[in-house]
Design a protein around this ligand. Structure first.
Ligand code: SF4
Length: 336
């Protein structure tokens, strides 16, 4: 039985902005600075009252109506106290938990060995691509002993679709040898042991600890880095420092789920190049509102979500992922 995608329930992202049940929420641009810069660019006078895209039912309830003259951001982050930052950060996490109640690691795995290999393979590619590749890898090499003894050229052929396949082959074979030689063929459950394995950094280690061993960890991937910067949770730019700064804002018990919520939001709504601000359920809490598309209809078309999804449903293959307009969209994780 798979522990990730197939065992856990997937969240329908259309809940975030495409739900037909939730009523539209009126609100002003949440951050005056963002609105001001947009006004300046457009040469307009008045702060427009934006009509948000249809928000998820629960998230919509949390998004308060705002008058045209008021911002709905709790406080401009520039003057934000640490206490206010903690409150805002935790509220963002709570809102995202409502939107993505079934957020989970999107790599398929059945045991810690498969998860650590899949996570190493996920560098510079999408989880979807990895999930299309690992079944044949694990069918041929089900254990660390099998992969440690594998012919590299044969492994390279299997891993070719994931990109950087020679380096990844070297990593997973080296990783498997280290597991066999130093850990009796088992994936260790301690951070200090995991980061000594070839090709395993803190990010991979925390993915494994959080999802295969149930030990709290913050996964600072490219989405996490981008979003916490937009939310002004920290000014740090190095992953280790970001991890420490964000860890200080949340109780340890929240760390693993927080990582999933942030990464899911980054993959589906707050994209690297075109964040869907006009369809974003946490816009009132975001200092970067306006960095992306604010028109609700246009923003809704930027969303990536599972077609006709319902809690517990995971759709695969890639054509199951459609954009808000019903047209084929790139697989999750392909943008940003
Ligand atoms: S989509 Fe826009 S409003 Fe939402 S979190 Fe990203 S930058 Fe902020």
């Amino acid at each position: 039985m798979k522990k990730s995608a197939s065992a856990k329930k997937a969240a329908p992202v259309e809940k975030a902005a495409g739900s037909k049940k939730a009523a539209p929420v009126e609100r002003a641009a949440p951050v005056e600075k963002a609105a001001a810069s947009k006004k300046a660019a457009a040469g307009k006078k008045a702060a427009p009252v934006k009509e948000a895209a249809v928000a998820p039912k629960k998230a919509a309830a949390a998004v308060k109506k705002a008058s045209a003259a008021k911002t709905v951001a709790p406080k401009p982050p520039r003057n934000e106290s640490h206490t206010a930052l903690v409150r805002r950060a935790r509220r963002i996490n709570r809102e995202l938990a409502e939107v993505f109640p079934y957020a989970h690691p999107e790599l398929d795995f059945e045991n810690p060995f498969q998860l650590i290999v899949a996570t190493v393979l996920s560098a510079q590619t999408t989880d979807l691509r990895v999930n299309q590749t690992t079944p044949s890898l694990f069918a041929k090499y089900p254990t660390p002993e099998d992969l440690a003894a594998a012919n590299p050229e044969e492994v390279e052929e299997i891993l070719r679709p994931t990109g950087f396949f020679r380096a990844k082959t070297k990593s997973v074979i080296g990783l498997s040898k280290a597991l066999v030689e130093n850990h009796a063929g088992e994936v260790p459950g301690r951070l200090e042991d995991l980061v000594k394995l070839p090709g395993v950094g803190r990010k991979t280690a925390f993915v494994v600890l959080g999802n295969a061993f149930g030990r709290p960890g913050i996964t600072v991937d490219t989405h996490f880095q981008r979003l916490v910067k937009r939310w002004q949770w920290t000014e740090e730019s190095e992953p280790d420092k970001i991890e420490a700064a964000v860890a200080a804002l949340f109780p340890k018990s929240d760390w693993t789920d927080l990582s999933h919520h942030v990464i899911w939001h980054g993959r589906r709504i707050c994209h690297a190049r075109k964040p869907a601000c006009g369809a974003c359920p946490i816009a009132p809490l975001c200092p970067a509102y306006g960095e992306g598309e604010t028109d609700p209809d246009k923003a809704a078309k930027l969303l990536k979500y599972e077609k006709g999804g319902f809690p517990g449903q995971r759709l695969n293959p890639p054509q199951a992922y459609l954009d808000a307009g019903g047209k084929a969209a790139p697989p999750l994780g392909a943008a940003g």
